[in-house]
Design a protein around this ligand. Structure first.
Ligand code: SF4
Length: 316
């Protein structure tokens, strides 16, 4: 299938909007669906990142590429500047390849593509161009896991490791926070596929949500049943209340950080479910780490070295 045809009646992700993201004039003139993006691939930032799990950060850092737009749209999104507010700039497959090579040249151990589910065909083209141009390091797919089987099939031969979230298995919470009550079913199916495609090369991330501990327990139970020995588990605590005028705050997302008691309860459950292989983030209780994509380096200098920015271009 010609890549652009995926965008003509877009059923790329489980939202299945049917939007014509192509338009009549050229491949960037179409009407965005829920993800907010037409057929052009837009990026916000690329940097050598040192804040991922140890095997991903490695010794040289991870080459994180932040894609603009998002097909899930969590109401508490920490990257809302780029996921919902439009920050970013269109790049061609050749420019995407150049960015990958710049990350490789700066010592990144991998290319870590963040939240690109709505742009899979364009990213596939970009990765192909990058391989032809000399990209040798592995490609990682860092995703909410709100993916279709078709999109995963397109990625199959191009992605070496998967970093899916399993945000919740509670349809009520998924409806409330993502307007996607089908998220649990879609994400579970997508993660099972990822483990089939790359056994042992999957890290399942779960962000603790304040006041939603039962959802975490359900996720841990699912992991213990379906993934133990086939994937690692990463418990994340960095939920941070964000203020954004454009996010749909109805109903309001949790307005506080994860409490020490919630954290300790979840860590205790890891033991109860026999989940030993993986990672557990220290409790985060301030917003100092939140990115600002207006800056050439959206993160702190300890956490990341910028290589490309949507306003600045390549950063020497
Ligand atoms: S990728 Fe975007 S337009 Fe396509 S189905 Fe998903 S949300 Fe809708």
């Amino acid at each position: 299938m010609e890549y652009n045809s995926y965008y003509a009646n877009c059923l790329l992700c489980p939202r299945r909007c049917g939007a014509n993201r192509l338009g009549k004039v050229n491949d960037t003139a179409g009407s965005p669906g829920f993800c907010g993006e037409n057929a052009g691939l837009r990026l916000a930032s690329a940097s050598v990142h040192r804040g991922e799990e140890p095997p991903i950060t490695g010794s040289g850092g991870s080459g994180a590429i932040f894609v603009s737009g998002c097909n899930l749209g969590c109401v508490f999104c920490q990257n809302h500047q780029i996921s919902r507010r439009g920050m970013g700039r269109a790049v061609s497959p050749a420019e995407f390849a150049e960015i990958c090579l710049a990350l490789q040249n700066r010592g990144a151990g991998n290319i870590n593509i963040v939240t690109g589910s709505h742009a899979v065909p364009a990213i596939a083209k970009g990765l192909d161009a990058a391989r032809i141009a000399g990209l040798r390091i592995p490609a990682l797919w860092n995703t909410s896991a709100y993916e279709s089987a078709e999109a995963l099939e397109l990625l199959r031969s191009r992605i070496d490791m998967y970093l899916p979230d399993l945000k919740t298995l509670d349809k009520g919470l998924a409806g409330r926070f993502f307007r996607a009550p089908g998220y649990p079913e879609a994400a579970a199916a997508a993660i099972l596929k990822m483990m089939e495609y790359r056994p042992g090369q999957v890290i399942i991330r779960h962000l603790l949500l304040p006041g939603c501990l039962e959802s975490t327990r359900e996720v841990l139970r699912w992991f213990a049943k379906n993934s133990r020995g086939r994937a690692l588990f990463s418990l994340m605590t960095q939920y941070t209340p964000v203020e954004s005028p454009v996010l749909d705050k109805s109903p309001d997302p949790p307005a506080r950080f994860v409490s020490k008691k919630e954290y300790e309860t979840a860590v205790g459950w890891l033991e109860e479910f026999g989940i030993e292989d993986g990672f557990c983030q220290e409790l985060v209780t301030d917003s100092g780490w939140l990115p600002d994509f207006n800056r050439a380096n959206p993160f702190s200098s300890e956490l990341s070295t910028p290589v490309w920015h949507w306003l600045e271009g390549f950063i020497p």
